[in-house]
Design a protein around this ligand. Structure first.
Ligand SMILES: NC(=O)c1ccc[n+]([C@@H]2O[C@H](COP(=O)([O-])OP(=O)(O)OC[C@H]3O[C@@H](n4cnc5c(N)ncnc54)[C@H](O)[C@@H]3O)[C@@H](O)[C@H]2O)c1
Ligand SMILES: [Zn+2]
Length: 372
């Protein structure tokens, strides 16, 4: 058994720990009991994850003598709606056993049930405690830190929600064994992002351990997730004191989001961010912020992790139009996070349309061809 790792997310009185290890779902009951007075627990999960791990969570709570219910929501981003979210309250306020202020919500699953359960915790009785049990790489390395919760609206993703920190996060890496490979890779794109913005050691890890990471081996995952949580926690805590740090997490996401919007459901978030990071690295090299070797290093890691660095047929004009509508655009120019070197980034709000077109066009080029 590989040693567990704990990372503190420092947010003053709202600080909490993220524990990463093997078999942590079995320890869930004990963890919840340790929160103080607990009247009952409500495990909120999606249909896929509930079928795989719902019983383990319920057994662990029963073992700690905590009365618990399991509330299932349909899986998938298309169900991250106010309507589905509203249904969660029918489970919470079941007339036979309505939750009270001493109840605890447990979010079991990826970012979708995580965001929805967290927002339900923020809203039920104007706020009850919650604990997150992420089961995807994305939920573990990204959604488990920072307290963003919410749902989508037809007008856009995550438009409705609240900042509401969990009391703790238990990441059982054994759950990643059943995660579909495409979902695993999608989460790894955020890991590359964290490496570029703050931690070159993380880039070394991704290079050295790529095969054990892709096989979701427990030791490699504990190490990887702990390191990523530490990066995001540092950024989020720093942002409490000094604004703009959090914007660094948008590296690869300006062009990435536009590509994702254009591609619709044919591309995962991670794939779009991988292309967005490739384009941003090249743009930074043309501005002489980084060297060709840095660009090649990042694209090499992405390829090794099975993430795309090339895409034919992207319409630069259309992408520019989408970026202009994005809240990050100001006065005809686009705002982007670019590396000053690997491990350090800054925000640039003077990105010209021709730089974007050139970067987007470069994505149609040959693999490994980094020359301008
Ligand atoms: N709150 C935040 O700060 C934050 C950060 C990043 C992303 N998000 C949100 O997270 C969502 C995306 O998260 P996601 O990629 O985890 O999506 P998800 O929750 O939809 O999970 C992806 C798929 O994998 C399945 N799955 C999850 N865990 C599994 C497991 N262990 N084994 C087998 N199947 C499993 C799910 O049922 C689903 O079909 C988006 O809605 C995004 O907005 C939130
Ligand atoms: Zn992202």
């Amino acid at each position: 058994m590989n040693a567990e790792k704990t990372i503190r997310v420092e947010l003053g009185s709202r600080s909490y720990d993220v524990c990463v290890g093997e078999g942590l779902l079995a320890k869930l009951g004990g963890f919840v009991a340790g929160l103080g007075r607990v009247s009952s627990a409500a495990v909120i999960s999606d249909t896929n994850v509930a079928a795989l791990y719902g019983q383990a969570a319920m057994d662990s709570l029963a073992g700690a003598n905590i009365p618990a219910r399991l509330i299932r929501i349909p899986a998938g981003e298309q169900n991250k709606t106010l309507a589905v979210w509203g249904g969660i309250f029918d489970g919470l306020f079941d007339p036979h056993k309505p939750v009270d202020r001493d109840a605890v919500i447990l979010a079991l699953g990826g970012g979708v049930p995580g965001d929805m359960a967290g927002f339900a915790a923020a809203s039920a009785l104007r706020g009850i405690r919650w604990v997150q049990c992420p089961t995807t790489v994305l939920a573990a390395v990204d959604a488990s830190v920072g307290g963003k919760t919410g749902v989508d609206h037809p007008a856009g993703k995550n438009l409705i929600g609240a900042f509401y920190q969990p009391r703790g996060v238990l990441m059982d890496v054994n759950t990643l064994k059943s995660l579909p490979a495409a979902e695993l890779r999608s989460g790894l794109a955020e890991c590359v992002k964290h490496g570029v913005i703050r931690d070159t050691g993380l880039l070394d890890t991704l290079e050295k351990n790529s095969s054990s990471i892709l096989a979701a081996e427990a030791g490699a995952m504990i190490d990887l997730i702990a390191r990523n949580v530490a990066v995001k926690a540092a950024v989020v805590s720093a942002d409490e004191r000094e604004s703009n740090q959090r914007a660094h997490l948008n590296f690869g996401h300006t062009i990435g989001h536009a590509i994702e919007t254009l591609a619709g459901y044919s591309m995962s978030h991670g794939e779009a961010v991988s292309l967005g990071m490739t384009a941003a690295m090249r743009l930074a090299a043309w501005r002489s912020l980084v060297g060709e070797a840095d660009v090649n290093r990042v694209t090499g890691i992405l390829s090794r992790l099975g993430l795309p660095t090339r895409r034919q047929g992207l319409d630069a004009g259309e992408l520019w139009r989408i970026m202009q509508q994005d809240k990050k655009a100001r006065g005809g120019k686009v705002r982007m996070v670019l590396p000053l070197r690997l491990g350090k980034v800054d925000i640039f709000d003077d990105i010209e349309p021709r730089e974007i077109s050139r970067a987007v066009e470069s994505l149609a080029g040959q693999a490994g061809k980094e020359s301008s």
